[in-house]
Design a protein around this ligand. Structure first.
Ligand SMILES: Cc1ncc(COP(=O)(O)O)c(C=O)c1O
Length: 396
């Protein structure tokens, strides 16, 4: 082990298992370790690196803003924050439309996906006066206690129980169970359109329609977690758009800050807002993150990244479906959010890919997940997929 790895092992909390490699640099779709060895990043650093590593527009925005003002709380106004609110609200209005509750214009800025989920849950209680939530088995919403309570996987929940009371979990695509679980006491239904951590599992159009309808019947809010699927990943700005689904609340994170930690919970104007003093965050909406996020939103638009994800994703999925290997069960996903379900554990395959210079990630024990930067070139993706194909075809 290198010196850096030894130090990290001595001091880390233990909550995150590490790969035996010291990454020191990133450029576009490439990562470099201490020895200068190159990895093609098909994991997109668990989905935050939609713009790749150190995109020049992000580097510039950070450099310029850090020389002006790095940090200022939401307790005063700020030029970058104001412009970021306006930019993000415009994207949300354009892509998630208008309902009888108005457009999605109210935004709580924070520092991570889990914090965005926390804010959404608190806001749903405040807006409805109700306390209960319905979420999905297999759903993943973060590791803080509220977000973990919405998360539907035993392995993450069990060691930390008791969690926040009032959460019920139903099986994805079980319309009858959802209808029974959501009542006049439900503050909100929380779900991902494609369950990422659960193995890149898309929900059915019928289930999503039923969720919207049941929320309308009971007065519950529909919170859509677009932390992993949002901002172009699935081939549209938001995965909701594939289904014409109008959420009441949407939560964002990962790609939102272009690599600077940032999350956001956003909701429709007609739902109201928090009372002063009841919610906030020291670093939430800091000028540095806002400047980086404005640059990220601009790049996503100017480089047509959602469209690129759709095109590359369709092609990539076809390539992967042509793999001739008895260990592959199914290739699924949308855009550049791809899961290859295997009939054997994924860890040895990830190791083999690493040894051949490809960085991919797992989703559960038996799914190989690909979330490449949306900026990746077709040549790089082709080369990476060729290696994935070889590794899978060699396994019997
Ligand atoms: C769908 C979804 N929601 C929430 C989270 C939590 O985000 P964070 O790790 O930034 O707290 C994640 C992280 O993987 C996620 O994929």
């Amino acid at each position: 082990m290198t010196e850096y790895a030894e130090i990290e092992e001595r001091h880390s909390s233990g909550g995150v298992a590490r790969r035996p490699v010291v990454l020191v640099r990133g450029e576009g779709a490439r990562l470099f370790d201490q020895e200068g060895r190159e990895y093609l990043d098909l994991g997109g650093a668990h989905g935050w690196a939609s713009l790749g590593h150190s995109h020049p527009a992000i580097v510039r925005a950070i450099a310029e803003q850090s020389a002006r003002l790095i940090m200022q709380l939401e307790s005063s106004y700020n030029d970058q924050r104001a412009l970021w609110f306006a930019d993000l609200a415009a994207v949300l209005r354009e892509h998630l439309g208008q309902t009888d509750r108005g457009a999605i214009t109210r935004i709580h800025p924070c520092n991570s996906g889990a914090e965005a989920v926390e804010a959404a849950l608190k806001f749903a209680r405040k807006a409805t006066g109700r306390t209960k939530f319905v979420a999905l088995l297999g759903g993943f919403h973060g590791r803080t206690l509220g977000a973990l309570s919405a998360t539907g996987t035993e392995q993450y929940r069990k060691p930390f129980e008791p969690l926040v009371p009032g959460f019920t979990h139903v099986a994805p695509d079980d319309v009858a169970a959802l209808r029974a679980a959501v009542t006049e006491e439900t503050a909100a239904v929380v779900l991902e359109i494609i369950q990422g951590e659960a193995g890149v599992r898309p929900l059915s159009a019928e289930f999503l329609r039923a969720a919207r309808r049941r929320c309308d019947e009971t007065g519950a809010l529909l919170i859509i977690d677009e932390i992993q699927t949002g901002l172009g990943r699935t081939g549209r700005w938001f995965a909701c758009e594939h289904f014409d689904l109008a959420p009441d609340v949407v939560v964002l994170g990962k790609a939102l800050g272009g690599g600077i930690p940032m999350g956001a919970a956003a909701w429709r104007e007609g739902l109201g807002k928090f009372d002063p003093g009841t919610h906030g965050s020291t670093f939430g909406g800091n000028p540095l993150a806002c400047a980086a996020s404005r640059a990220a939103l601009r790049v996503i638009r100017e480089e047509s990244l959602p469209q690129k994800a759709a095109e590359l994703g369709t092609w990539a999925m076809e390539e992967l479906r042509s793999i001739d290997s008895p260990v592959v069960e199914e290739v699924r996903g949308r855009g550049l959010m791809i899961g290859i379900a295997l009939k054997q554990p994924v860890t040895p395959i990830l190791k083999e890919l690493m040894s051949r210079g490809v960085w991919a990630i797992p989703a559960g024990r038996q799914v190989l997940r690909l979330l490449p930067p949306l900026t990746i070139s077709r040549d790089d993706l082709e080369r990476g997929l060729e290696i994935v194909k070889d590794v899978l075809e060699e396994r019997r």
